[in-house]
Each structure stands twice: as C-alpha cells, then as structure tokens.
Design a protein around this ligand. Structure first.
Ligand code: SF4
Length: 557
C-alpha cells in the first residue's frame, strides 16, 4: 500500500510542515515495510512553481504599481534574500522589511488567485487552461507515486477549498481514496458536514458542492491511531477506526477519537521528503511539539485547546533527546517549539535537559505570562531559548479575568523585562475588543504597550473574533453577547461569527477603534513582519542575543 501525505497550499513557506512529518514517522514505526509513505509539501511546491512560472512569463501576476516582469524579479530577489543567498544582508532590518513586503504581497495575490480557481473548479465554472495545467504540474509527483490513499493535512481553514479542489483532480482520473485531517477539523463542532453538500462562494457567484463525492473520510482529532487503524483495515472504514468520520449506506458515522497516550513512545518526525534547507529562511528552522494540548485550557476565546483530547507531555529528557536527533539528522540548529504553551516548570525542565545533554540549539516557545521568575529565563537562555511568544491579550485585569487568562496585569511587565534582561526576545499577542471591553480598557492596553516598548521585540495584534467552538461561542450570555448572527449559506472556511452585545464596544465600534489604533500599534516591535515570519524572528533573536556562549550554533545567513 502506498500512502501520500499532502500539505496543501496556501501559507507562506518559511519552514517545513510538522503534521505530515510526524504522521510519516509514526506510520513507518508501526506499520513498517507493508506500507510506503511519502510526504508532499504541495504548499512549498506551489509557491516555488508559481515563482518559476512567473519568471518564465507563463503566470502573469503583478503587484500594485509594478508590471509582471518587475514583480517576477522582485519576488525572486525576496526569496533569494530570505534563503540567505545575499551574504549577511538578511539581518539588515530595512532590507528585510522591504523584501518581506514584496514576498507577503506576492503570497496574497497568488493565494487569492488560486483560491478563486479552486472555488470555480469545485463549482464547475470555467477556469483558464493555464490554471488547470498549473495544478496538473503541481500534482504530477503525487500521481507518479500512485498512492492508494491521499491524506490532506489541513492546519488552516484557508487550505480547505484548495485541498478539496486537488482531491477533485486526483479523483477525476479514478485516483486514490481521499482523507482530510488536521487541526482544523478537531475544533469544528460538526466536521461531518464536510462529507455532504457544502456552500462555496466566490467572486463569480455561489453554489453548493457535494464534498462527499470527492472526500472519502475525515480523520478528526489526533491522527496517529486513526490513520494506523485505517491502513490496517485495508482502507475499509469501520467502527474501530478512531476519529474516523465516514458514510455507510448513506448514513454519516463519526467514531470517537483516540490519541496516543504515551508521547515518549512517538518516533521523531520524519522530514526526509522535504529539504529543510530549501525553505524560505537562511537557516533551517524545524518545528517541534513536545506536548499535546494546553495545560491551561481556560481562555474563553481560544479553540486551540480543543485540538487535542487532553493535555499530555513528553518527559523533558525525551524531548531534549529527540531535538538532538533532529539536529543530527537534518543539520538544523534552530527549533520552534510549537507546544500551545510551556509552563515555567516545563520550560525549566526542558532547558536543564538540553544543557545536561550538551545539545547546542536555539529555540522559541509559546507561553502565558504567569509565574516566570528570572532564574527560569537564565537557565532557559543558557539552553538556547531566544524568543518567547507571549499570550498577553490585554492590560485590563477585568478583561483578563473574564477571558479566563489567569494572568496578573501588573506581573506581565516585570516578566517581559526579566526575559529581555536574560537575552530573550519577546513577541506579544494582544487581543482587542473582547466582548464587554470598554474603550477605556482598550486604551489601557495601548498605554501598556507604550510603557514597556523597550521589552517588546514583536507584536501580533488582533481584534476579537467569535470562533465556533470557543467558550464565548458556547456560553454567549456570560460574555455580554445577546445574539450570534449566522448566515444561511455559511462557507465552511469562515469560522468567525458576527454578534450583538449588551455591554461594552459593539462589533462596529471595535472595528473602527481597531483602525484608529493601528498607528499606535504598528510602532511596537522591530518589524511588522515578524508576527508572520516567526522562524525569521527566531534567527534575528538568536543572532542578537548569542552573546559569548560556548554553545553557539552556526550563525544564520
Ligand atoms: S490561549 Fe493559549 S494558554 Fe489560553 S487556552 Fe489557548 S492555548 Fe491555552
């Protein structure tokens, strides 16, 4: 049996995808030689192919105030720059920002264009022949592999239509069984609706597509046990395949999900079908997940906490050992720990193991600003921590309490300050316009950002979105929401809902205030692009804060 694991477009390819690498490692360890597994990062291939076609004049896209040829040259230069092919220039902040602007602009045009092609293809509307040729070329390596099963790993909702359109291409020629899985489905209250008629809207109209004719099954929740059982069953869906959603005699069946309990027993992710050094970063930066779920799980706006069944973690010693093996195998010295959040005791434990094993890496981690004291940062810095991405959200204690964030506004500034003093960069997530928030509370967050500007290296600001599945969505009255507004033909990739409030800023007021606040918000941090390109931010942080440690990894760029 041959299994193709696919990561579909469209996100900007600054690092390799973790989901399919983890699944490949797992399948090889448990089903072994009976099954050949190959990973295809179609997202990366899509961007690379678009650049090539653009240079050859076969694809004709242009950025604002540029012709097609200039756009092609500038995008090529931006990719070269991000790959570190212009000696030392990557760390010139002005040049970086300029290339990031071009690169992001091109990504938006490209992804917008192909999203619209994908929607048209699904609706049976005509698309240019070149678009069909482009997608055929993209899929050629997958077809050549002749898989029995093509499993799409969907991390972001914007990948969904692209994946289903690619599934249509594969199915049109009697291709493999198609499975969709990934974090997006784990947070959907009713993922089974994707095996029936779904609404598709686009610039050229809207309609409905029977996705159940293109997709054979969904794997909801953590994929390992489900995919293994499906493979062992010879791809015949049945009730013992954990997390499988499928149709049987016209009836929709959803099996309960089951996760791997002992994370220590999982093999290291297998990135061998990708070339980490080719991604758009001057040094390979690998993602690594050392725990599943969030140990806090209480933030009312969040749906990430629902991606995994319950919180589990690898022993710190095992995590350090696996990071070391990845470093040896792929020559990567920079890692993004993508655990939902690392508590101080866990960060400290992992740091001590990295130091004890003499693993020379630089890494970033996500955390909640609570309970961190200077000694934890000092140890973590010695182990290679160079960047923490903090869920700050608000400076109003009332809002933080209502969110269930469990942090103390007065403690946050000293935590950021202690991290900076230890040589660690801080990136902050702030969330403005949480239901019931007043204008004064909103402005207090902006004042807070101004007051600790020195300790902020990057800022990711967003306006509150009411996400399906979040606690606010499930208990709206508790958060001053009197009505959730739905649309009859809801496109399955739009996960945010409109709502009406009984107190605080309305949705309209909050969107107006957000626009007004942008000037103040954009002054925070080194680069407005770091929030998007976190691998790059880690490289910058690692370079600036490398100090005189004897454990320095090779410099990037
Ligand atoms: S926002 Fe972060 S800390 Fe809060 S529940 Fe979600 S993942 Fe956990």
């Amino acid at each position: 049996m041959r299994i193709a694991l696919l990561f579909p477009p469209a996100v900007l390819p600054t690092g390799p995808p973790l989901g399919i690498a983890s699944l490949k490692g797992w399948l090889q360890s448990c089903v072994g030689a009976r099954v050949e597994v190959r990973n295809f990062d179609l997202n990366f291939a899509h961007f690379e192919q678009a650049c090539r076609w653009q240079s050859e004049g076969r694809l004709r896209m242009s950025l604002r105030k540029m012709d097609q040829q200039t756009t092609a040259q500038k995008v090529k230069a931006a990719v070269r720059f991000f790959r570190g092919e212009e000696a030392g220039a990557f760390f010139d902040q002005e040049l970086y920002d300029e290339h990031a602007r071009i690169y992001t602009g091109f990504g938006s045009v490209l992804n917008g264009l192909f999203d619209s092609f994908a929607r048209k293809l699904l609706l049976g509307l005509p698309v240019p022949t070149l678009a069909t040729m482009f997608l055929e070329e993209l899929l050629a390596p997958v077809r050549a592999f002749e898989p029995d099963l093509a499993g799409f790993s969907i991390l972001f909702s914007q990948q969904l239509f692209f994946a289903i359109a690619l599934a249509k291409f594969l199915k049109d020629r009697g291709g493999p069984k198609i499975a969709l899985g990934g974090a997006t489905f784990s947070v959907m209250p009713d993922p089974g609706r994707l095996l029936g008629p779904i609404a598709v809207s686009g610039n050229d109209g809207q309609g409905s597509v029977d996705a159940g004719r293109l997709v054979d099954y969904l794997v909801v929740g953590e994929g390992e046990e489900g995919v293994k059982a499906l493979v062992e069953s010879g791809l015949c869906p049945h009730e013992d395949v954990p997390g499988l959603v499928y149709r049987k005699e016209g009836k929709l069946i959803g099996n309960p999900a089951r996760g791997v309990l002992d994370l220590d027993a999982l093999p290291v992710p297998d990135f061998s079908d990708t070339v980490p050094g080719l991604y758009h970063s001057p040094a390979p930066v690998l993602p690594y997940l050392s725990s599943r779920g969030c140990p806090w799980r209480r933030c009312a706006f969040c749906t990430h906490q629902k991606t995994y069944l319950h919180y589990r973690e690898e022993h710190a010693e095992v995590a350090a050992g696996k990071i070391s093996r990845l470093q040896e195998k792929y020559g990567a010295s920079h890692f993004c720990l993508v655990d939902e959040m690392l508590a101080p005791r866990r960060l400290d434990a992992i740091a001590r193991e990295l130091i004890g094993k003499n693993v020379r890496v630089r890494f970033s981690a996500y955390a909640r600003p609570s309970g961190f004291l200077p000694p934890v940062f000092e140890t973590a810095h010695r182990a290679g921590l160079r960047l923490v991405l903090w869920g700050v959200e608000s400076a109003s204690q009332r809002v933080l309490d209502l969110m269930g964030k469990g942090t103390k506004a007065r403690e946050i500034e000293s935590i950021l300050h202690a991290a900076r003093k230890a040589g660690i960069w801080n990136m902050l997530f702030v969330l403005l316009g949480f239901p019931t928030e007043t204008k004064a509370e909103w402005l207090s967050t902006l004042d807070f950002l101004d007051s600790c500007r020195e300790s902020i290296h990057a800022l990711s600001r967003s306006r509150f979105l009411l996400l399906e599945g979040s606690s606010v969505f499930l208990n709206p009255g508790r958060y001053g929401i009197k009505r959730i507004l739905d649309r009859p033909q809801r496109d399955p990739v739009s996960v945010a809902y409109d709502y009406e409030v009984t107190e605080g800023l309305s949705v309209e007021e909050s969107s107006e205030l957000f626009r007004e606040s942008l000037a103040r918000l954009s002054g925070a941090g080194r680069s407005p692009w770091f929030g998007q390109f976190r691998e790059h931010m880690l490289l910058y942080a690692a370079r600036e804060a490398s100090g005189s440690l004897s454990s320095n990894p090779p410099a990037a760029g």
